[in-house]
Design a protein around this ligand. Structure first.
Ligand SMILES: [Zn+2]
Length: 580
């Protein structure tokens, strides 16, 4: 343990730091004085509690029964106790401070140490009247405590994230220590590790931390002098840990055992999969290994980890886009393509659409590689080329079963494209994804793949281009006056200020946290059908969709996000780079 206990504070200092004596104050009185609740309401929740035989604090009961909100309780306490009512977002967390309080105590009392100055430890707590909690912290840290009240859910989340990271870093240094001994003895252990070895602890806590911080994958890469752990959060890869390279083989062996891969085979790429329960979360991980000059590189990818998403009730779309999409989905048959580069969230959107379609009481079949998430009431097929099950062969057998709706995970080649189009013409609704930068390019790509123009014109129902845009981290947002060259990118908008992230602990110093999807939705109308079958120049189609079809482009949506201060100008530049 590295938290060093300082000398005991003189009693007088402790008294000074705690600005009220919580034992003498009762929450009921505070809330009554503030005019938020009546004595009758307090008595009524106590009655309910007595009947239920549970034991909860008054605040929790009142909030649970919708008599008062947590923010009102906290605002009242803040005024009465003369302490600050804060959000975990107000200040970055310093892990060296956090770990002065053991996790068990932090979780039990719902509190977290966030800063320290002049020997006074600043602690965010959900219940500032919890005298015993505050006493516990004083006893453990031997420091004067300054408390601030903060919402319970925010503290619990901060506890879970911060301690996961602390444990990982500790496990890494533990593992590095064993590595030194192992190397000294000229011995590297690749046997199946017992469950309490530093390697297992390290892997478990890395997976836990990565999952709780919303990462999509974990990369373990060997170099000549070290093994680097990196995690991808919101599409960005960030360095996470560096370990002694002598540990690399043990780590890889452990992962391969978990994923059912061959630990002796180190020269060929392998794929594997495992599910695990870590503390309170279930994880589903796809593993791939790839030989490199310094050893095997491992990527562990969390399946079904879409992360929290804006507009999740509307396929992640803005209301007007969603309405347009629902209209396209009402066609009895036809092909709908979702397009965008890798990592643009196409699969997530397709899954949301399939879940909605599954409610229609129709027969739905999918062909995917890989099946990322199991969907209720949908027949999902994973292709397996080694066993002869390709997109093409799987589709042919599915069509013999005549489903109403077919999802083709990805249209990669001419054969798949052709089957999709033909299935649509024979009365099926087909959804698929395609690698193109914008909606109109999908038409060009399909013709290039060899689809006959009249077949395409008659089967295409709509194209949706999508991008995921990183949101500026709310914890470290910085406003600035944009220079002229940035304003020029914003069309007719002339905002006085724009935002960017400075980088902080909450966003792994990237300045971004969370993502939002933007779309351009192109329903295929008779005019566009005519242009496809007559092979009109692409420029004419672009001109038409901009001027008459009134399609809102990805660029327009992104400009709006920049002006609304949700994302940075860099994200807009990235799109421009992709499109041109
Ligand atoms: Zn930040």
């Amino acid at each position: 343990m590295s938290y060093i206990v300082s000398h005991i504070m003189p009693e007088r200092m402790i008294e000074l730091a705690v600005s009220a004596q919580p034992t003498q104050i009762r929450l009921g009185d505070v809330l009554k004085e503030a005019g938020y609740v009546t004595e009758e309401q307090i008595q009524s929740v106590f009655e309910i509690q007595k009947a239920a035989g549970t034991k909860k604090r008054l605040g929790e009961l009142l909030i649970e029964h919708n008599i008062i909100t947590e923010s009102r309780v906290n605002a009242a306490l803040s005024r009465r106790l003369n302490i600050k009512y804060v959000s975990m977002r107000d200040a970055p967390i310093d892990l060296d401070i956090v770990k002065q309080i053991p996790k068990a105590i932090a979780s039990k009392h719902c509190l977290i140490a966030i800063a320290e100055s002049h020997g006074v430890l600043r602690v965010n707590i959900a219940d500032p009247l919890d005298y015993y909690a505050i006493e516990d912290v004083k006893l453990i840290t031997h420091k004067a405590i300054e408390i601030q009240v903060c919402n319970r859910a925010e503290i619990m989340q901060a506890i879970s994230e911060s301690y996961a990271e602390i444990e990982t870093k500790k496990a890494a240094s533990g593992a590095n220590e064993t590595a030194i001994t192992a190397t000294a003895l000229g011995y590297v252990d690749i046997s199946e590790a017992a469950d309490d070895t530093p390697i297992v602890t390290l892997l478990n806590s890395t997976l836990y931390k990565a999952h709780t911080s919303g990462a999509s994958d974990v990369h373990i890469e060997p170099f000549d002098d070290q093994t680097q752990f990196r995690i991808r959060v919101d599409g960005l890869i960030v360095d996470y840990l560096s370990l002694s390279v002598s540990l690399h083989n043990s780590i890889v062996a452990r992962i391969k055992i978990l994923a059912g891969m061959d630990i002796a085979e180190k020269r060929a790429p392998q794929d594997g999969h495992f599910r695990a329960k870590l503390q309170d979360i279930d994880i589903n991980v796809r593993v791939s290994s790839l030989p490199t000059v310094f050893g095997e590189k491992i990527v562990m990818r969390f399946m079904g980890q879409g992360g929290a998403m804006d507009n999740s009730g509307t396929f992640g779309m803005e209301r007007d886009d969603y309405d347009k999409m629902v209209k396209i989905l009402q066609v009895p048959h036809g092909v709908i393509y979702l397009t965008g580069p890798t990592g643009s969230g196409k699969t997530t959107t397709l899954y949301m659409i399939m879940e909605m379609l599954a409610k229609r009481n129709v027969n739905i079949s999918t062909v995917e590689d890989p099946v990322e998430r199991n969907l209720a009431r949908i027949n999902q097929t994973q292709i397996n080329p080694l066993a002869g099950l390709t997109f093409e062969s799987a589709l042919r057998s599915i069509l013999r079963q005549d489903p109403d709706i077919i999802l083709i995970g990805e249209t990669r080649d001419a054969e798949t494209a052709s089957i999709g189009v033909r299935a649509a013409l024979t009365g099926h609704l087909v959804l698929s994804s395609l690698h193109t930068n914008d909606a109109v390019s999908a038409i060009v790509r399909l013709i290039d793949m060899g689809i006959e123009d009249y077949l395409l014109a008659n089967s295409l129902a709509g194209v949706v281009a999508q991008r995921l845009v990183k949101k500026v981290c709310a914890f470290c947002t910085d406003e600035y006056a944009p220079p002229e060259n940035e304003l020029n990118l914003l069309g007719s908008h002339r905002p006085a200020t724009l935002v960017r992230g400075k980088g902080c602990h909450n966003c792994n110093n990237t300045g971004y946290k969370g993502r939002v999807a933007v779309h351009e939705i192109l329903p295929i109308d008779p005019k566009i059908r005519g242009m496809i079958s007559s092979r009109a120049p692409t420029d004419n189609i672009y001109k038409y969709v901009r001027e008459e079809n009134k399609m809102k482009s990805l660029q327009t949506s992104l400009q709006k996000l920049v002006v609304e201060k949700k994302t940075s100008i860099e994200e807009l530049l990235k799109l421009t780079y992709f499109v041109e």
